[in-house]
Design a binder for this molecule. Sequence first.
Ligand SMILES: [Zn+2]
Length: 180
Amino acid sequence: MKIDKKFNQLSKEEYFYFIDNYKKYSDFNTLGLYRSICENENLELNDQIEIRDHANTVFEKTFNFYQLKDPKTYFDLTTLGLELTVADERQIWSDIRVNQEKILSDKKIKHRNFGEYSKHNCGHEDCPYNGIMIKQGSSLAENSMHFKSDKNEVSAKKKSQRFKKQRKNKHQIIQDGFDD
Ligand SMILES: [Zn+2]
């Protein structure tokens, strides 16, 4: 069966349904699902959080892997609704960096596939993404534009719109790394 509907247009109920029945749908794409949560304008912040948490009950391992495969999506989702200071954001990126290393060494793919990834190095010493491994050509890759944290002023809703805009501009993030 096919879902035949864009994830970012689903209702909360539909998300739950498709997550619970994902095996029946040949076009179900886990990363697509996760990415859509922040982009879906039908969803309130509470819905986004509930969907994320529900998806994680099923796809937790896969989701953790996104720290390497698509760290921006991972960051956006894990911080939904949180009021983050700059220091908080730095801490989260630092944790992601540590977890990336862990994922790579657990998977014993340190050298084999590392060529696809490069470490973010924009030259700004205090950049929170420094050392984050990013798939080449992705949104946080070296030299790509990134944004300053705007502390607590921006509501989560605005934040997600901002991310959406950025995503559009950047075309796509990561196609297919290695599957979990
Ligand atoms: Zn940077």
